[in-house]
Write a protein that binds this ligand. Structure first.
Ligand SMILES: Cc1cc2nc3c(=O)[nH]c(=O)nc-3n(C[C@H](O)[C@H](O)[C@H](O)COP(=O)(O)OP(=O)(O)OC[C@H]3O[C@@H](n4cnc5c(N)ncnc54)[C@H](O)[C@@H]3O)c2cc1C
Length: 302
């Protein structure tokens, strides 16, 4: 249960108090505002605020005085053109502010995206909750034998139970010791900023994360991708749904020209042309390394 009844009541209170504004609102995003979308066992993402919509991207691209809208088709065509040709600054005119609750090891991957503004929950000031990410059984996998940076098949039976038991008992023991160290019950108690150092990386943290749409797309391109670790990908996938409701034209263009697109090297383009002319090209005659050839074949064969 990621939110307490008090927190849910606070969100409902915020949602029941609409304000009139002259600013642009995106109806699809208004429906998401403040709601927490559960992710993993204790995490969530929720939209705190946003700026702009599809029309705002066009307005900036045309540097116009009014809404900038010529027609809906025109707007969609312009957005698709901008996305296709990497004309990125109009997308930076839209912004989103999120509240995210996530395990620390996921936060370490997320924070690598430097083009956002972040403020994290202070574990120097506050006591962390007893909340640890324990993967669902279908996400407890063996090490991949083909990809050093990935996971293989799902662990079954006794092996899965053994691993889950270690994760649970280590988390519980570390938290018990954390509590014991900060306790002021008959002792001075260790400072929170020091006691936290024995907590494992599956404990949850929280932050506010604000980013513009261009950089959010960059984040989603990398983290909603099949190569990203499941535990961050699931957050990215939740964000994709929110963005699709917020800026439907921009999201569709992103889905077509980034998420669903592939990139070919000059040599790969050359091989493709030779193949289209009917030549039988092999890895040996392609000029591609074995790995490049494998990746190229994955693209060609789907
Ligand atoms: C599947 C996957 C595996 C990964 N594995 C590893 C790993 O093993 N080890 C590891 O350390 N990281 C790893 N990363 C992290 C990765 O290398 C990037 O740090 C991360 O994805 C953030 O990307 P970014 O720098 O493009 O994003 P952002 O920080 O949001 O930056 C966006 C763009 O802004 C520009 N930019 C921002 N800041 C600077 C700067 N200071 N100098 C120059 N240009 C800047 C760059 O053009 C950058 O692409 C992995 C990422 C993925 C998706």
């Amino acid at each position: 249960m990621p939110l307490s009844p008090d927190q849910i009541a606070e969100i409902e209170e915020q949602r029941s108090n609409p304000q009139q504004t002259l600013r642009v609102v995106a109806p699809g995003m208004e429906a998401h505002l403040y709601h927490a979308k559960p992710v993993l066992d204790h995490g969530f993402v929720r939209v705190i605020d946003y700026m702009g919509d599809d029309a705002a991207i066009c307005q900036a691209a045309r540097v116009s005085y009014g809404k900038g809208t010529k027609s809906v088709q025109n707007d969609e065509g312009l957005i698709r053109y901008l996305m296709r040709h990497w004309h990125s600054t109009p997308f930076e005119m839209c912004e989103i502010k999120l509240h995210v609750k996530l395990p620390v090891f996921v936060a370490r991957q997320w924070i690598r995206h430097r083009t956002a503004n972040v403020n994290e929950y202070s574990a120097r000031y506050s006591i962390l909750d007893r909340e640890f990410y324990i993967p669902a059984p279908e996400h407890v996998n063996a090490q991949s034998v083909v990809n050093n940076q990935g996971r293989g098949g799902v662990l079954e039976g006794a092996e899965a139970a053994r691993v889950l038991e270690i994760l649970k008992s280590d988390s519980a023991r570390a938290y018990d010791n954390y509590e014991a160290m900060i306790s002021q019950d008959g002792q001075e108690g260790l400072a929170r900023e020091l006691a936290r150092m024995n907590l494992p990386a599956n404990i949850y943290t929280q932050w506010y994360w604000k980013v513009d749409l261009h950089n959010l797309f960059h984040f989603l391109r990398l983290r909603a991708d099949a190569h990203a670790q499941y535990e961050i990908r699931i957050y990215a996938e939740e964000l994709c749904k929110i963005v699709a409701d917020w800026v439907p034209f921009a999201y569709k263009a992103f889905d077509d020209y980034r998420l669903g697109a592939v990139s070919l090297s000059a040599q790969m383009v050359d091989v493709t042309r030779r193949m289209l002319k009917g030549e039988t090209v092999t890895q040996e005659t392609s000029g591609l390394s074995a790995r490049e050839w494998r990746e190229f074949m994955e693209i060609v064969e789907g």
